[in-house]
Ligand binder design. Structure first.
Ligand code: PLP
Length: 511
């Protein structure tokens, strides 16, 4: 380990230690609702004169049991409030605190200028306004459709789906509508590689298809013999990501496309790994017919915790009539030579609406601003750095990386260690861990994507954290993390029985 890396590791430990003190010294930061509460009278809410509680009161259209006449509010000074939130922000780890190499998720720092663009007052247009009065909005959407089409090598794009997974669903429904239209509605199978993201299997199943799982070959790529065996006149589509989830480029992609097309199937591109290809190669040129873009991964928008995002879908000409409605196009020229105008339209055989209006507008604005700012050169530079950073980091860590040469991410193996424990232990060294235990082809997978934005110093710090954990024993790993504010959280319980009220737990029953 270089001196520099060791120094930064010590620095990281110091920061973590300070945070751990919140817990050890009993300095846990209570919720505002756990602080001194003052009952504030909010006046007469207008209960019915007869005291009945079965309907709306005289002044309020709400039923009585949904109205209240007093409210418990914490009584705090401004500094107390500012410190509360500052304190909370110091107890968590986010992309603004350090590297976040969560493979496949592309958790990169997103430039704040895209937030500024999204916050412009002129961006807050009501979507029900007349087309004439929102020409600027429509132009941004039109140009984004165009940018994405050119980046992916696709002929037509819808911006509606609100996430990559939603984009997959749209793509598969569009494929189904296309087959149906051609009298090929009997096609009932979608082929998905074993190493694919879970959403691919879910999409195929939710789209009404039987899922045919495709094994990888010894190199970690699509096994052509297995593909040949899986393909038939029942194949509706093959879903692939390229580079695949091991970060490996599918070298036989043209042959794969030909094989799928020969049986009348469609080739679906999962765009989550587009970061590796930006400005260099296009799914459309490889033979893909339909793809989604995870704009929150490849372009800008901080994400995580399930949102927000956008998953535009691009298709080749043959599939364009089936895209969700509405899309944006240039309005017919009026022949007077003035500026272009834009209008919404429903594709002729549309599968319908999949989201209100145009999808997550403010996320789309950020993607537009990001692409426009970086331009061709910037996007090409981003993919170069994403690949360089992944390769540099992999060269610095002592964990084995079984599959190469990879692109923007790599999958290391934790070997005899439990990858989930390794992840928890890395938190103690002040960095966010990689994605773990997936793809399953690599035992105890540590799927790592440093992204294009990290400096060499940060990559060294990440490597130092990996290398600090590599020789640690099971007992140490199982006890980790011991320097974070919260330790091992019961995530299942948190998801199954969330506390959605701000009231303290012990009086939740009364409310
Ligand atoms: C993130 C991801 C998805 C799903 O995208 P969301 O935007 O999170 O819904 C699909 N496939 C791969 C490979 C991914 O990494």
């Amino acid at each position: 380990m270089s001196d520099r890396a060791e120094e930064s590791l010590e620095g990281a430990e110091q920061v973590r230690y300070d945070q751990a003190r919140y817990v050890e010294d009993g300095q846990y930061e209570p919720l505002l609702s756990e602080k001194d509460l003052t009952r504030v009278d909010i006046g007469d809410t207008g209960s019915d004169a007869d005291g009945s509680d079965d309907g709306a009161s005289a002044d309020s259209p709400l039923p009585d049991d949904l109205t209240r006449d007093s409210l418990e509010l914490p009584e705090l000074s401004e500094p107390e409030l500012a410190r509360h939130y500052t304190r909370l922000s110091q107890m968590i780890y986010g992309i603004d605190s350090g590297p976040y190499p969560l493979g496949s998720c592309t958790m990169k720092y997103n430039p704040k200028f895209t937030e500024d663009v999204a916050a412009l007052p002129s961006g807050a247009v009501h979507p029900d306004r007349s087309e004439r009065s929102i020409q600027g909005t429509l132009e941004v959407l039109y140009r984004l459709q165009d940018y994405l089409g050119r980046i992916g090598g696709m002929d037509a794009v819808t911006l509606q789906p609100p996430a990559g997974a939603a984009g997959e669903f749209v793509g598969i429904r569009v494929a189904a509508a296309y087959h149906e239209h051609n009298g090929e509605g009997h096609r009932d199978e979608v082929i998905v590689p074993e190493s694919a993201h879970g959403t691919n299997f879910a999409t195929a199943a939710l789209g009404g298809y039987d899922v045919v799982s495709l094994p990888s070959d010894d190199d970690g790529r699509v096994d052509l013999d297995a593909l040949e065996a899986a393909l038939s006149e029942n194949t509706a589509a093959l879903m692939l990501t390229n580079p695949n989830t091991l970060g490996l480029f599918e070298r036989d992609i043209e042959e794969i496309a030909e094989m799928v097309h020969d049986v009348g199937g469609l080739l679906y591109y999962d765009g989550a790994n587009l970061n590796a290809l930006l400005g260099r190669a296009r799914p459309g040129d490889m033979g893909f017919d339909v793809m989604h873009y995870n704009v929150h991964k490849t372009f800008a928008t901080p994400h995580g915790g399930g949102g927000p995002g956008a998953g535009p879908v691009g298709v080749v000409d043959e599939l364009a009539p089936f895209l969700p409605a509405p899309r944006v196009r240039e309005a017919d020229e009026d022949g007077e030579g003035d500026e272009s105008t834009y209008e919404l339209f429903d594709p002729e055989q549309t599968i319908g609406h999949v989201h209100g209006y145009q999808g997550n507008w403010l996320v789309l604005v950020k993607a537009f601003a990001y692409i426009a700012r970086l331009g061709d050169e910037g996007l090409t530079d981003a993919s170069a750095k994403a690949v360089l950073n992944a390769n540099y980091l992999a060269s610095q860590i002592e964990y084995d990386v079984p599959y190469e040469p990879f692109h923007h991410e790599f999958v290391a193996s934790a070997g005899d260690q439990d990858a989930a424990d390794v992840a928890k232990r890395m938190l103690d060294y002040g960095v966010h861990p990689p994605t773990t235990k997936w793809p399953e082809i690599v035992p105890e997978a540590l799927m790592t994507e440093p992204t294009e934005i990290e400096s060499k110093d940060t990559l060294d710090r990440l490597a130092a954290a990996f290398n600090a954990v590599v020789d640690e024993d099971d007992a140490t790993l199982e006890a980790a993390p011991d320097r974070t504010t919260a330790r091992r959280i019961d995530q299942t319980a948190a998801a199954r029985s969330p506390r959605l009220s701000w009231h303290a737990l012990d009086d939740a029953d009364e409310r």
